[in-house]
Design a protein around this ligand. Structure first.
Ligand code: HEC
Ligand code: HEC
Length: 230
């Protein structure tokens, strides 16, 4: 993957689809074989509801997120990506970097879950309604952002930023602008996506370091906000 940024984007897609798409995630260290057998099972939303009580203090009753605590909305995110991130926090592939202050707040709560309870809490999150995503960052040129998105990001995040499961890349609609901005900086500044076992984070990290400047980040955010406009 070292030479990823030198490849034409179609080659990246083929590499990712063939190389990573079908590979199941390894069970996290410390999980029992029972855990790995049930990791694909549909969770129990009723059990997930009581687990979510703690999560709600930061992510909100409707999984709408809370800016004051830096916790993003979860309600509109797909299960595969919620699972991927909860496992990343749990196994310290995310949130363990010394400069990742927000990740450090999330990480301990991921460790209260195991492979089975992750499915339960996700099943419950998927029943929540979230809230309309409010624009908090002004400026940026949405048309330029759209052009950059279509040239670079769309290949993995899909048309309309709906995410592509086979590439393990998340939906970007349904996330707050302040959260997206922080993550793009975290990837760019090697705070996220640099753990040696974080292969999906590494793919995004290589893309983020190539974003030329903060102006381009503003343009991308203006474009992504425009997808929430109606
Ligand atoms: C103390 C506050 C806090 C609690 C409690 C908490 N989280 Fe978080 N969570 C955060 C913050 C802050 C982030 C963003 C971290 C970052 O910026 O990288 C986050 C990120 C996440 C993400 C990644 C979202 C994404 O788009 O990548 C998921 C999934 C998540 N939390 C699920 C949960 C679940 C499930 C629980 C309950 C078991 C929970 N969180 C409890 C603060 C919290
Ligand atoms: C080569 C495929 C690829 C390309 C191209 C790509 N991404 Fe990503 N992106 C990913 C993957 C995979 C993840 C999930 C990383 C992880 O598991 O932590 C991700 C994660 C993200 C996240 C974090 C979302 C969250 O909920 O935490 C943001 C924001 C993001 N990408 C924005 C972008 C933008 C903007 C562009 C274009 C400049 C882009 N991506 C281009 C693959 C890609």
């Amino acid at each position: 993957m070292k030479s990823l940024r030198n490849l034409p984007i179609f080659a990246i897609i083929i590499t990712l689809a063939v190389g990573c798409g079908s590979e199941p995630q390894k069970p996290a260290p410390g999980t029992t074989s029972k855990d790995s057998e049930t990791s694909d099972a549909t969770g129990n939303a009723q059990k997930g509801k009581s687990l979510y009580l703690t999560c709600a203090t930061c992510h909100g009753q409707n999984a709408e997120g809370m800016k004051a605590l830096g916790a993003p909305a979860l309600a509109d995110q797909e299960a595969y990506y919620l699972r991927q991130q909860l496992n990343n926090f749990r196994t310290e592939k995310r949130g363990a970097h010394a400069k990742d202050t927000y990740g450090a707040q999330m990480a301990p709560f991921s460790k209260t879950l195991n492979s089975e309870s992750i499915e339960d809490v996700i099943a419950y999150i998927k029943t929540l309604s979230g809230a309309k995503i409010e624009k908090t960052i002004e400026g940026g040129d949405a048309a330029k952002g759209e052009a950059y998105y279509n040239m670079i990001c769309g290949a993995c995040h899909g048309p309309g930023a709906k995410g592509i499961e086979s590439l393990n890349s998340p939906k970007l609609t349904g996330l707050q602008d302040w959260y997206i901005e922080r993550q793009l900086h975290n990837f760019k500044d090697s705070i996220r996506g640099v753990h040696p076992e974080d292969k999906f984070g590494a793919q995004m990290q290589q893309i983020a370091v190539d974003i030329p400047d903060d102006g381009t980040i503003s343009d991308l955010i203006a474009y992504l906000n425009s997808l929430h406009a109606e």
